[in-house]
Ligand binder design. Structure first.
Ligand code: CAA
Length: 379
């Protein structure tokens, strides 16, 4: 694995950077303040090939590397991890398991439209009482001839209400614990599915999360993903990839905050000289740079492993844990370097610090990542 991007990766990075600077940067402040999820932006990321970048060409994907996807998504995350979350939930948490576990018929119905979109997908795992303890699924699916009837609810679901499709985890046999969980694919507007109000959040206000309710939702048995009872395994394996994309959020957000800090400290004059000339602040920025680079190396290693058929669950959790803690630390230090200006909404570092928090929480809290890492190394 090299640390230098290939010419192709540099070209992808350039295209995404230009798109982000033209479309995402000018509006992110207003979208954050007014809590606007602008679907035109995820549509745009689809159009320039980010959303389907590493997916199978056979179904309309780009056939690229997950590492190239990380390079592309980092460009979005430097300025707006909310939009990055919306596109990556579609790509990593919805489309990937549909491809990996789906039958040909399911790939045609539930994957091809996403890759020939623009369309959005959701991942319905979390429930009011099943967060870190994802096995505690209370949404039930009961067999009814050739169908299943689903009742229950899902919480904090990204893209909910905007989603064309959703992957839903249910309990089909309570007595079997994790082996009683079964996953289903369905259209977002399937009769019986309704959506709650948008969640009011501390950050990632540029994305949409709502509760999803299932009231006698009837799905065919041909919508069952994999087989009965392997839903928990599907969720866990999918989250291994999801954690690579959340690590990308940590890396990109940290890089964005550091870029703002470098620019500001070189321009801001106090005591007759730019504040960047103070060694105390230089040392802070040196540490920030190290956190960014170390995070990116962990991220690229996890992506490399996935691209090359090597185990990547451990590496994905390590990258997610380190990079999102780094994102929080670097964004917080960037606010400190901006002083009072960092605390007001005129400068982007205030938003980056609020946005950074969720990356330490979603797709497995950083405490859960430590459990995953420990269980892998102690096996
Ligand atoms: N790949 C494949 N299988 C896996 C796996 C993986 N990475 N991890 C676990 N499994 C399997 C195990 O092998 C085991 O199978 P066997 O019984 O056959 O051995 C089975 O799953 C159960 O594993 P555990 O006993 O380890 O399960 P657990 O109940 O102790 O939970 C956990 C483990 C790591 C804590 C898990 O519950 C977890 O990851 N929790 C966090 C949930 C989470 O990340 N939620 C995020 C929601 S999505 C989100 O945030 C999206 C968004 O909108 C942005």
């Amino acid at each position: 694995m090299g640390f230098v991007l290939s010419d192709e990766q540099k070209a992808v990075q350039k295209v995404v950077r230009e798109f982000v600077e033209k479309n995402i940067v000018p509006t992110v402040k207003e979208r954050d303040e007014k809590c606007i999820f602008d679907r035109k932006l995820t549509d745009g990321l689809y159009e320039i090939g980010v959303q389907g970048l590493f997916h199978d060409k056979k179904y309309g994907g780009g056939g690229g590397l997950v590492q190239t996807y990380a390079v592309a998504l980092e460009e979005v995350c430097r300025h707006d991890i909310g939009i990055a979350a919306a596109t990556s939930v579609t790509s990593c948490l919805y489309a990937w398991p549909t491809w990996f576990y789906g039958t040909e018929e399911q790939r045609e119905r539930f994957l091809r439209p996403i890759l020939n979109g623009p369309k959005l997908g959701s991942f319905g795992l979390t429930e009011p009482n099943a967060g870190s303890d994802a096995a505690m699924q209370q949404t039930v699916a009961v067999k009814d001839g050739n169908n299943y009837i689903i009742n229950g609810s899902k919480k904090f679901i990204t893209n909910a209400g905007e989603n064309d499709f959703i992957l839903v985890f249910t309990m089909t046999d309570q007595s079997k614990g994790t082996k009683g969980i079964t996953a289903f694919l369905m259209e977002g507007n399937t009769p019986g599915i309704t959506y709650g109000r948008p969640e009011l959040k501390m950050g990632i206000n540029t994305s949409m999360q709502r509760e999803v309710y299932f009231n006698d939702v009837k799905v065919g048995k041909n919508q069952l993903l994999g087989e009965e009872g392997i839903g928990f395994r599907i969720a866990m394996k999918t989250l291994d990839l999801g954690r690579i994309s959340v690590a990308t959020q940590g890396v990109g957000l940290a890089q964005g905050a550091l870029d703002h800090a470098i620019k500001y400290t070189k321009e801001r004059v106090q005591f007759g000289r730019p504040i960047a000339s103070n060694q105390a602040l230089q040392f802070m920025m040196a540490d920030m740079q190290n956190l960014v680079d170390t995070s990116r190396m962990l991220l690229w290693r996890a992506a490399y492993n996935m691209d090359h058929g090597l185990p990547y669950a451990l590496e994905a959790s390590q990258a997610k844990l380190f990079a999102t803690d780094a994102g929080m630390k670097v964004a917080t230090d960037a606010v400190q370097l901006f002083g009072g200006y960092g605390f007001i909404k005129d400068f982007p570092v205030e938003r980056l610090m609020r946005d950074a928090k969720i990356a330490q929480i979603y797709e497995g809290t950083n405490q859960i990542q430590r459990m995953v890492i420990a269980s892998q190394i102690l096996r």
